[in-house]
Write a protein that binds this ligand. Structure first.
Ligand SMILES: Nc1nc2c(c(=O)[nH]1)N[C@H]1C(S)=C(S)[C@@H](COP(=O)(O)O)O[C@H]1N2
Ligand SMILES: [Mo]
Length: 185
């Protein structure tokens, strides 16, 4: 039996929640970049991204506002596979995820390297809808969902942690739902 983190309630639908409006994109010009403190920065087209090794993972999703959704099947590329490709310098200890529409979040590399952290483009067997972050979103099952950035375009490896959009506005930077780390105070 799955458990809910403290003070979360279960939902079976999939609420749509984000700041601003769903950004437009054109898969013919869309690209994904991974750079910063790395040996081999990359820029990939959508087709090149799809050609990377694909991994599936089923995980639970916990929004800091109090809803959780169990058993989401994500398919995409493991963050660790991207890291393997770009080869972070030894001084790189964090990454900032940059998205269309200006959203950002960041995490320690140690947490991003977990095998359940994906850059996902398929949700429950179908192409990820734009409203849920399509064409590409980050999925970090062990964190509140504001770490699960939608519309990802770039991963920047950094030496110091840059605070993300919600983290700058009072939400916890560590965001562990099991410890109920909702706010930064
Ligand atoms: N780009 C972007 N990603 C985002 C957000 C956002 O405002 N912008 N909100 C986050 C929050 S708070 C949640 S709960 C989830 C919601 O994902 P969903 O709309 O697919 O349910 O997206 C996260 N990723
Ligand atoms: Mo959220």
């Amino acid at each position: 039996m799955q458990k809910l983190p403290p003070h979360q309630r279960l939902t079976t639908d999939f609420p749509i929640l984000h700041f601003g409006k769903v950004p437009e994109f054109d898969l013919r010009t869309w690209d994904f970049r991974a750079d910063g403190f790395v040996e081999k920065p990359v820029r990939l087209t959508y087709d090149e991204f799809l050609a990377l090794e694909k991994t599936a993972d089923v995980s639970d999703f916990h929004c800091v506002t109090g809803w959780s959704r169990f058993d989401n099947k994500w398919e995409g590329v493991r963050f660790s596979d991207i890291a393997k490709m770009v080869q972070p310098k030894t001084s790189a200890r964090f990454a900032t995820i940059e998205c269309d529409a200006g959203y950002t979040t960041s995490l320690p590399l140690a947490e991003l390297m977990e095998p359940d952290v994906l850059l996902a483009y398929i949700f429950n067997g179908a192409p990820l809808e734009p409203a849920h972050g399509g064409p590409l979103r980050l999925v970090v099952p062990k964190k509140y969902a504001y770490k699960c950035a939608k519309w990802v375009r770039r991963v920047v490896f950094t030496e110091e942690q840059q605070l993300g959009f919600w983290e700058e506005r009072g939400y916890s930077n560590t965001a562990d739902p099991w410890k109920e780390e909702r706010y930064s105070y």
